[in-house]
Design a protein. Sequence first.
Length: 294
Amino acid sequence: MPKPPPAGPDRSDRPAGRPAAPAPAPLPLPLLQADCSRCFALCCVALPFSKSTDFAVNKSAGTPCKNLRQDFRCGIHTGLRDQGFQGCTVFDCFGAGQQVSQVTFGGRDWRSHPASAGPMFTVFPVMRSLHELLFYLAEALTLPAARPLHAQLRTALADTTRWTTATPEALAEFDITPLRQEVNTLLLKTSELVRAKVAGRKKNHRGADLMGARLPGADLRGANLRGAYLIAADLSGADLRTADLIGADFRDTDLRDADLTGALFLTQPQLNAARGNPATRIPPSLTRPAHWLP
């Protein structure tokens, strides 16, 4: 795993002989959830999007969305889907927005401090990737079956957390690929330990093209669906308990009446991209999307 940088504000100005600051405590779950009220609308500026079924217009990286107001709020927030901005309702930063806004840049917004705009927009995608890894690691540590890996998972969690406190300069130069690969190896081992507890033969659809597949009522308990393409698939009434869903593409997937309680590494963006109803059972740590059928 890449060696974490010195933590927090205590960096190059530390007096000679003074010990380095200890690694910060791992971020609690609430800090891995987006809080737009503490963010300077970084997802509305830093990221590009192209005119498509998800976005009504083209926008380049670093350019504010035309719907962004001066107070960093969205002018059409309550009508994003109706006005062609469905992609905005699917995106989630895992709390990276407020971390960059309030911690990395100390509450200095890019409008009042234009010199910070470029570095802030560069750091934001890196921080989002770090927070997504923390989300998965935090979940892995709640799984009793993964207890043999808990020491390694805690180390990875602490080291990844330290990266979230690095300077803008360090984050801008950080190659997250090796860290992601090492964390993914731990998560895969975690998945194997948990799914091994499920009796019977488990389906392996890792990376499979299941776009538009008809799987209503399918028994997918303990299945490996890592990175599977489930776009517009029919999983209504399916049993996805203990299925590994990391990286699975749920765009327009029918999850009505499906059971996702206990599903491994399911994220809010995946739920936001899918279609469900009040009978869809989801993990208590996630939120039922507002656009799901009543």
